[in-house]
Design a protein around this ligand. Structure first.
Ligand code: PEP
Ligand code: MN
Length: 462
């Protein structure tokens, strides 16, 4: 901490806050966190964590606070949250082009939603840190060979060899550095002119002109263009449209990593996890007494919790009590992921049972994780119609209950992959073979992402 800050504390008669003086930041250690890597060499791990405790923050506390304000607006229906990106980022896919296409896709979706829904959209990437995956099984067997499961590039490598699948603590540092370079590029793209709304046509460039939603987007871009020219002619001030704020998010799964990247905010003395702006707790680690819930209850970032089909009102209320005891808007987002059929029964019941007891919570729809199937050709996939069915069920449930549908959380990529069945270009089971590239879960491709945005914009205006 700088001399000036220390002096400020002295002048205010306060002891300078430090990680040691923040009680409980390490309480999770006694709670046996689920889904953690198993490292062979404790010394090697300790060395890596020492280094991670010293590295510069990836995000600033003030930025996380700003995102919390946007999410608070979404809880009141004054904004909409759009979070999108890979299921699992990989070190290899952190190239400038791949990052640009993902950012472009989220920006395009956001502009469709903003224009269609007449709402500001908070843009969040499942990016710059989405490297750790929870797995249902520790081991994977292929052709009679059993090896540790792939747990994301931050833990081990996807290749199916004993060496690649070893849990390697040095990957924690690699993940930090890849996050850092990814975020650096995202910041350059979104504040350096590329995200200027006057370039709304440019964001469509480089994508396949044959994709059906490309043309629909072009038409919308022309309308925006005309509106901007009109505003320009009226003498409007365009400063605000020259850049966008783009936030990073990931599942806070590896608690040693998240803890090592937790810093005390010099403005307030509060701990923030500076590995990303928004952090969420997954469906598999959200038990009320879990290490993950304990740790995230103690950092000040805006946080999310996934709620699957078994979540009850009691679960939701107890989680809110623990994670957001002050009832602060923007602090807590529930991300429901129930499945296209199940949501129509479970979400109305959940919202009905909660009643008016959680007015501060922001509700976001993850239409991906309740709709995963295996194709007859052996691919882990999803049907676009199921994904859209869950989105429709989400809007219906909230509109019926009088609560606010606050956002979307989706797995997408800017590439023309073939991982999700259906959509306007009608990818079928055979078509999945063409370009199936994901390391874990199937993602919407660029065209399917735009199609979703056009549909959701209609729900927002209904
Ligand atoms: C995910 O978001 O990639 C994920 C694993 O989700 P969930 O915890 O909802 O299964
Ligand atoms: Mn996933």
């Amino acid at each position: 901490m700088s001399l000036n800050t220390s002096r400020l504390y002295e002048a205010a008669g306060q002891a300078e806050a430090s990680e040691e003086t923040i009680a409980g930041l390490d309480a999770w250690r006694s709670l046996e966190p689920l889904q953690q890597p198993t490292y062979q060499d404790a010394e090697e791990l300790a060395g890596v964590l020492d280094r991670l405790r010293e590295v510069p923050p990836l995000i600033f506390a003030g930025e996380a606070d700003r995102l919390r304000d946007h999410i608070a607006q979404a809880s009141r229906g004054e904004a909409f949250v759009l979070a999108g990106g890979d299921c699992a980022e990989s070190f290899a896919s952190a190239s400038a082009d791949a990052i640009r296409r993902r950012v472009q896709t989220v920006l395009q979706m956001a502009v469709v939603l903003t224009y269609g829904g007449s709402l500001p959209v908070a843009k969040i990437g499942r990016m710059a840190g989405q490297f750790a995956k929870p797995r249902s099984s520790d081991m994977e067997t292929r052709d009679g060979v059993t090896l540790p499961s792939y747990r994301g590039d931050i833990v081990n490598d996807h290749e199916f060899t004993p060496e690649a699948r070893r849990h390697d603590p040095n990957r924690l540092l690699d993940a930090y550095h890849v996050s850092s370079s990814t975020l650096n590029l995202i910041r350059a793209f979104t504040t350096g002119g590329f995200a200027d709304l006057r370039l709304v046509h440019e964001w469509n460039r480089g994508f396949l002109g044959s994709n059906p939603n490309y043309h629909r987007y072009e038409q919308l871009a022309r309308e925006i263009d005309r509106a901007l020219k009109f505003m320009d002619a009226c003498g409007a001030d365009f400063d605000a449209i020259g850049s966008v704020q783009f936030f990073s998010a990931h599942e806070a799964l590896l608690l040693e990593y998240e803890r090592a990247l937790t810093r005390i905010d010099s403005r307030t003395g509060d701990p923030y996890d500076v590995s990303g702006h928004f952090l969420w707790i997954g469906e598999r680690t959200r038990q009320l007494d879990s290490a993950h819930v304990d740790f995230l209850s103690r950092v000040k970032n805006p946080i999310g919790v996934k709620l699957g089909p078994t979540a009850t009102a009691d679960d939701a209320l107890a989680l809110a009590d623990k994670l957001d005891p002050e009832g602060e808007p923007g602090r807590l987002t529930f991300i429901t992921r129930m499945g296209a059929e199940v949501i129509r029964e479970r979400l109305p019941k959940l919202l009905g049972d909660i009643g008016d007891r959680l007015p501060q919570v922001t509700w976001v729809c993850d239409p991906m994780h309740g709709n995963t199937i295996t194709s007859n050709t052996g691919y882990k996939t999803r049907r676009f119609e199921d994904v859209m069915g869950e989105v429709a069920g989400f809007f219906d449930a909230h509109y019926d209950a009088g609560t606010i549908p606050g956002g979307l959380h989706i797995e997408l990529t800017g590439d023309d992959v073939t991982e999700v069945l259906g959509g306007a270009s009608e990818i079928d089971e055979e078509g999945l073979r063409r370009r199936y590239e994901t390391l874990v879960d199937p993602r919407l491709n660029h065209d399917q992402s735009l199609e979703m945005a056009f549909q959701v914009a209609e729900y927002l205006t209904d």
